[in-house]
Design a binder for this molecule. Sequence first.
Ligand SMILES: Cc1cc2nc3c(=O)[nH]c(=O)nc-3n(C[C@H](O)[C@H](O)[C@H](O)COP(=O)(O)O)c2cc1C
Length: 182
Amino acid sequence: MKNILILSSSPNDDGLTAACARAAKAGAEDAGAVCRWISLNEHTLERCRACGDGWGTCRQSHVCCIGDDFDALQRQIAQADALVAVTPVYWGEPSEVHKVFFDRLRRCEATAGEKSRLCGKPVVCVAAAGGGGGGTVTCMEQMERAMQHMRAVIHDRIPITRYSREYQLGAICAAVRSLAER
Ligand SMILES: Cc1cc2nc3c(=O)[nH]c(=O)nc-3n(C[C@H](O)[C@H](O)[C@H](O)COP(=O)(O)O)c2cc1C
């Protein structure tokens, strides 16, 4: 895998999510991959408008009609060979920013079938939780379901909390290194 895209979705520049993204980037670069890390929180992303009677341009042309940063991010995904999605766990779910982006992406890609921009592409999903880590499983379940709808291939799922931080950052680095060598 030459070109790995990391998408994170935390407002904190120096929190656990950012540490996970940095570990993923280190793993990709160890394996000689070109790696780009994008923080979705730094982009303008509206929620899905559920156009028409529930479907808009996403259904037929697999693009979104909203003129914000979504389109450029969707193009980055098309160009990537593999994806790393890192979200903080909020209420046992991915962050709102993660959901806004992946809700719209799913509509465009799930309807494209084998032409999904993620079809066959390996993905590492990382859920960064608080101390107890309650809700990590349900968060990961949502991430996995969206990836399956878009026909991505899950390479690994990694939960991390502040207690498991030290060893799980190593696991993220190793997982993305193995993704890059895939
Ligand atoms: C609104 C909100 C909801 C949260 N819900 C959960 C949760 O359900 N389970 C959990 O383990 N941690 C929860 N947390 C804690 C965060 O997952 C944790 O602090 C995480 O490390 C935040 O990532 P960051 O360091 O990148 O900000 C929540 C935090 C916030 C702000």
